[in-house]
Design a protein around this ligand. Sequence first.
Ligand code: NAD
Ligand code: MG
Length: 413
Amino acid sequence: MNANSQNMRSICILGSTGSIGLSTLDVIRRHPDRFNVVSLSANSNVELLLEQCTEFLPNEVVMVSEISAKELQQALIKNNLSQINVLSGSSALEHISSASDVDTVMAAIVGASGLMPTLAAVKAGKQVLLANKEALVTSGAIFIEAVKENGAQLLPIDSEHNAIFQCLPLNVQNKPGYCDLKSNGISKILLTGSGGPFRTLDIAKLESVTVEQACAHPNWDMGQKISVDSATMMNKGLEFIEAKWLFNVEPEDIQVVLHPQSTIHSMVQYKDGSVIAQMGNPDMRTPIAHALAFPERIDSGVEPLDFFTTASFDFEAVDYEKYPNLRLAIQACKYGQGACTALNAANEVAVDAFLSKSIKFTDIYKINETSVNKFVSEEVTSINDVIDLDKRVRAFSKTLVNDYLDNEGKETY
Ligand code: NAD
Ligand code: MG
């Protein structure tokens, strides 16, 4: 461990300008005696990364965009921070996430772009705090095998998976991805989801919902992609696949439960009838603080849960007619890696197209379904297979988006 003092952890944050990145820095800010920010990365937000450099004084930063990297470098010189090394390009992300002076990597890039830098951290045997669920969805067994082989420590950040992790026995916590839940008395994982902003909306009206409505999650404040995924419940689908890999269970062992208040973040059912739940206000700083300090506990800045103002705990079964993307993801999880890699790639293209107002909300499912059906039987056994399939699915899904544009005209939406 690189350390100024024995307990100091050196942190690399991949995606520091995003919603998870900001929450991570907020927790770190409260504990200057425990955490030292060694490196940060962003896609192109120069202004925010400059602000973060000024406050946290990292050694190295990566801006994926070359133009942004140049801009940042000039701004750092102007601000007397020329000692901070600025790198650009996606391979530089792998360099910072595997650097020898890093103990812990927060993997908070959105989408499959986070896969290679997260995998680089795993291969370097780091402690990896995994927010980037798409990396695991897209590469499943290959990712977990690398965790095992390289002795990396995987700690889930996704609030549901972090909750499940907290409800599991210690010997299972020590082996995410290759533990045996059944022999530890666990009979089921209960994955909760709020149902997003359209839970009570008439199915017929889903076709005409706007980007603004889809991004207005009732309980969580998140990046745009995961907000849309929450509205379609593809997010729960990706989390279903993520849970399969993180906890080494079969799809039959995971049950999705709608819980509109997002107070219970997920549950674990034991064979003696006990159900253990993790609760808290919906604020990602709780799972982030949990993972950063694991196995200790630190202040996260999150208000404690007030049971007297928490109205009620409601639970519902999922209406798969309303959320076909969730059904598709569960099917993909049963089909295998080709289907999951295809699902993730298609969904990224479809959500991008919806966010840029090129397709309707309900077209997201159509693009995802057509893409999964086309690529369902692809063999994916290596990281090169993942990259190759991801590329081909994106190209195919983009042709589907273009078909919508050609047939219906952009202004329709
Ligand atoms: P966000 O859009 O707010 O931030 C994404 C970050 O990734 C930014 O720093 C951005 O600069 C960077 N980035 C974007 N594209 C990139 C690329 N091509 N290459 C390198 N960097 C790139 O996203 P977010 O909401 O913080 O989510 C990040 C990840 O965490 C996602 O995988 C999401 O599913 C997961 N997650 C988020 C939440 C949440 O509450 N926001 C909860 C659970 C899981
Ligand atoms: Mg989640």
